[in-house]
Design a protein around this ligand. Structure first.
Ligand code: SOE
Length: 379
């Protein structure tokens, strides 16, 4: 049967615009789906840059106002790849126009915005998802499956880090392309919404809801030049965050993220410890799961390294032959595959806007706890 077309309108063309466009382009080659994505249009304020992007990735046309994509009759799904301060406005307008909405993480700058987005997509009944891509690294999906199967028994600990070092220099500006992540107005928060949010999303997905938490945050560089105004301005974001929490299943969580861990570019790790075993993963070796099974008797008990490349591992049956690896970009392809599959089954691929709101609420709680110096509810 010929596949139906799924016409994509992309808003933004940065690093994430490339990651998502690649996913839309590749998915149909590897996954058997009812819909074939078609890159219809990209919208961005700078026409020349948008045109160069459209040319490189094969978009049929360019708009300089994102509203044109929302109004366009020939667009089915809006893919939001712009700074966080635009997520809510675009997503709500897209939902009202009956478009499917895929939003880059985090869902919003804060839960207040996020709630409006959830209400809009649910009222319109449109498929929606937030690009927490690391869920769909096969090794992370495998960890979730193993935990869900109960093999670990009672869970005691969950710990996760996301460390970078690219903002240590006080000369890095805030605001503007690439550095909007340092501008509180554009980003909503610092490492909490940008990096820790990945840890929290994966944690909730693997280990369930977080009930309460206590956090500390720090802003190491207090003033930075604003790329748009040219003036030195106070820095409003958190540069680093450390969190202790309880999960609803009784386990304890510890999280840390920073952009000041010299030497670390994207060290994302997670580990979960249960009564019968432990599982660990590290983005720098993304196709490997470390597994300790206490039920193995005697001298052969120890940490095992599982290379997640077999055909029966999550998603791998769609790729090469056992033993051959896939990478970072495939996590986005898997998200698109699941999203399209959801169109056929009628179920939005997680995390939906509602799922991602839970992570945004935890992020809000982290910032609030750090300000108050107190334990706070996570939702
Ligand atoms: C920040 O440097 C960043 O690009 C995040 O915004 C992404 O979400 C993360 O996956 C990698 O780091």
């Amino acid at each position: 049967m010929p596949r139906k077309q799924l016409n994509i309108g992309m808003i933004g063309y940065g690093f994430m615009g490339r990651a998502h466009s690649n996913a839309w382009r590749k998915v149909g080659n590897f996954f058997d789906l009812d819909y074939q994505p078609v890159l219809k249009a990209v919208a961005a304020r700078n026409r020349d840059k948008a045109a160069a992007f459209a040319d490189q990735w094969g978009y049929e046309r360019v708009e300089t106002d994102w509203r044109k994509l929302i109004e366009a009759k020939d667009i089915d799904a809006i893919d939001i790849c712009v700074p966080n301060d635009l997520h809510a406005e675009i997503a709500i307008a897209a939902a009202k126009a009956g478009k499917m909405v895929l939003c880059e993480k985090p869902l919003a700058r804060n839960a207040r915005e996020g709630e409006k987005m959830v209400a809009a997509v649910e009222k319109a009944g449109v498929p929606n998802t937030v690009w927490y891509n690391y869920r769909r690294v096969p090794a992370v999906s495998l960890i979730r499956q193993v935990v869900a199967s109960g093999k670990l028994g009672k869970i005691y600990h969950y710990r996760s880090l996301f460390l970078q070092d690219w903002t240590i220099s006080p000369d890095v500006p805030q605001g503007g392309a690439g550095t909007w992540r340092l501008d509180i107005e554009a980003a909503g928060s610092g490492v909490t919404g940008d990096l820790l949010a990945h840890c929290i999303d994966a944690a909730i997905w693997i280990n369930g809801s977080i009930t309460d938490l206590t956090a500390m945050t720090e802003t190491f560089v207090k003033k930075r030049k604003h790329a748009l105004t040219g003036k030195m301005q106070d820095v409003g974001i958190d540069d680093a965050a450390a969190v202790l929490c309880h999960f609803a299943n009784g386990s304890l969580g510890t999280f840390e993220s920073t952009r000041y861990a010299r030497g670390h570019k994207a060290l994302f790790t997670l580990e979960i410890n249960g009564q019968h075993g432990s599982l660990a993963w590290d983005l720098h070796d993304l196709n490997r799961v470390s597994w300790f099974d206490h039920r193995i008797e005697g001298t052969m008990r120890g940490w095992t390294s599982i290379l997640v490349t077999d055909g029966d591992h999550p998603y791998l049956g769609k790729w090469w032959v056992p033993g051959l690896s896939i990478g970072y970009e495939h996590s986005f392809i898997h998200q698109v595959a699941d999203f399209i599959e959801g169109l056929s089954t009628g179920k939005s691929a997680g995390p939906t806007f509602r799922d991602a709101l839970e992570t945004t609420r935890v992020c809000d709680a982290i910032i609030a706890s750090a300000k108050k110096g107190k334990w706070v509810p996570a939702q």
